[in-house]
Design a protein around this ligand. Sequence first.
Ligand SMILES: C[S@@+](CC[C@H](N)C(=O)[O-])C[C@H]1O[C@@H](n2cnc3c(N)ncnc32)[C@H](O)[C@@H]1O
Length: 254
Amino acid sequence: MRERKAVDTSLYQQYEQQKSWRSFDRVYKQLGDIKGKRILDLGAGSGFVSRHFSKNGANVTAVDADADLVQNAKLDPGGVNWVCADFGALDFSAEQSLDGIWTSFAIAYVGNPVSWLRRIRQSLSPGGWIAVVEMADLLGHEPLEGADKGAIADFVDDARSSGSYWFDAAHLLDDWIKEAGLSITWSADLNDSELCFDGPASHEVLAAWKWRLSRMPRLQSMTSQGFTERFLDCLANPNHESHSRVRAVLAHLP
Ligand SMILES: C[S@@+](CC[C@H](N)C(=O)[O-])C[C@H]1O[C@@H](n2cnc3c(N)ncnc32)[C@H](O)[C@@H]1O
């Protein structure tokens, strides 16, 4: 029991640490003055984005399905209202109650992103916005052996066909948003020093990747022995190159 608590706390801390590697400030700037705005953060993780909005005067509700993460976040909520729920099962039909919806690194988990976006947009007030951040090719790093690249490709296909995760979400995001009937008003590829960097990873980034890989048992089962060490060596290689992409899209009701 004690061991489980330690692991859950680490997940919260890992998500908190990632904040310094993201470039979300570029997106925040596009949102204008959020004072008094009603904002929903879907798949909020540790809640650092929600707390940023709350600190800037917004009325924020953060939703995450991970009960231990939510429990940790509630210890220091920073004015954020936390809800532990599956965001796929929430009722969004209470019309036009929100000024903005934020969702970062969460839409890749949604089986049918277009229908989900259509559902969540119902809760936006006129002029309301949706900001979506997502990545692609998380595991696209060089130099890796051909056998490891093949195993990664099989894992990525498996995740897609089982509907558990879209590893190419950043490439599909603009089309999903347009298909859901939203108008894209700004978009950009974001720098990210954990996910999209060339050259050798820092000690902190390597530690974060080690942790990330340990949270992917299906990947471990589909790769050969020593995969984690070889992948970490690749990230630490002076010639390391990342093919990953982090995309941010801001859209409004037409
Ligand atoms: C990669 S984390 C991103 C956290 C945070 N948004 C960020 O940008 O750092 C994805 C989060 O989405 C949550 N999540 C995934 N599927 C979910 C669902 N169906 N309902 C609610 N939360 C979900 C996970 O528990 C996790 O905390």
